[in-house]
Design a protein around this ligand. Structure first.
Ligand SMILES: [Zn+2]
Length: 280
């Protein structure tokens, strides 16, 4: 059996899923339902602000997660997620106010101490990181986080994030690594129209990421993990640098929020990635 790509590391009572292997400068984590203050369908570590949960519980949950990272971040950058493929570069010199974030489904930064934050409940978190040899400037480092539901996946948000990160680093995409995080798996993600047509229009290999549904036609199961893996390979990443967590949010509703498995009323996990603020 291959070693798990992500494992749980409890931090101050907050279980965070972290990669089994990562360079020391990289912070990367995905939250679970555990360790928070929310109740009912949002129990307990809900990080979604617009799902109907009590704002004070969400605020306290967020503070707990940030404390559990063990780092003092200069800025936590989040965007208003709209299921598109817009990429925004987060820089402290051009920081946006928390109450007025840009509309984007991918964030990039090359600044240590800037933590990228996006929320998920079935959609695919695509984490990206890389280094460039900046010569006399020393190593340049960068990270990105994309939010890829079926719309973002078809729109190529993971590729857009990879291209932008590579451009910021002055490297090619082959220098990047990626981790496809916990999200709805091929076991549970049933689709029909208009997803199937959109997939066919976007990818020549669309039939290879679909499997039959137990319910028969016109339904199919879609593998968003494999789709995003192929999107990244088509964008120039090396297959050996792409890791798939293989954790299905809809299979494990004790551990994860799942929009699909809950019928819509549920909380959100957060994906977090940043360059640790060594020089704070
Ligand atoms: Zn599943």
């Amino acid at each position: 059996m291959p070693a798990p790509v992500m494992h749980v590391r409890p931090h101050d009572g907050v279980p965070l899923l972290v990669p089994a292997e990562a360079p020391p400068w990289l912070f990367l984590a995905f939250t679970t339902r555990g360790g928070g203050f929310s109740e009912g369908p949002f129990a307990s570590l809900n990080l979604g602000r617009s799902v109907g949960d009590r704002p004070d519980a969400v605020r306290r949950n967020r503070e707990r997660v940030l404390a559990a990272t063990g780092e003092r971040w200069h800025w936590v950058a989040g965007a208003r997620q709209v299921h598109g493929c817009e990429v925004v570069v987060a820089s402290r010199a051009a920081a946006w106010p928390a109450e007025c974030p840009p509309e984007a489904d991918a964030l990039v930064t090359t600044e240590p101490g800037v933590l990228l934050w996006a929320t998920f409940a079935d959609c695919v978190p695509v984490f990206l990181w890389g280094e460039s040899d900046g010569g006399s400037q020393g190593k340049g480092r960068g990270v990105a986080l994309a939010h890829a539901g079926w719309r973002g996946t078809v729109a190529g948000v993971a590729a857009a994030a990879a291209r932008r990160l590579a451009a910021e680093l002055g490297t090619g995409p082959a220098a990047l690594s990626a981790l496809i995080g916990p999200s709805i798996g091929p076991c549970c993600y049933e689709v029909d129209e208009p997803v199937l047509s959109a997939l066919d229009s976007a990818f020549a290999w669309s039939r290879e990421v679909l499997s039959p549904s137990p319910r028969g036609e016109p339904y199919r199961h879609l593998d968003l993990w494999e789709t995003n893996r192929r999107v990244l390979i088509d964008a120039g990443l090396r297959p050996e640098n792409i890791y798939v967590a293989g954790l299905c949010t809809a299979c494990d509703t004790e551990r994860f929020y799942s929009h699909r498995a809950s019928g819509g009323r549920t909380g959100r996990m957060a994906g977090l990635i940043g360059i640790r603020p060594f020089d704070a």
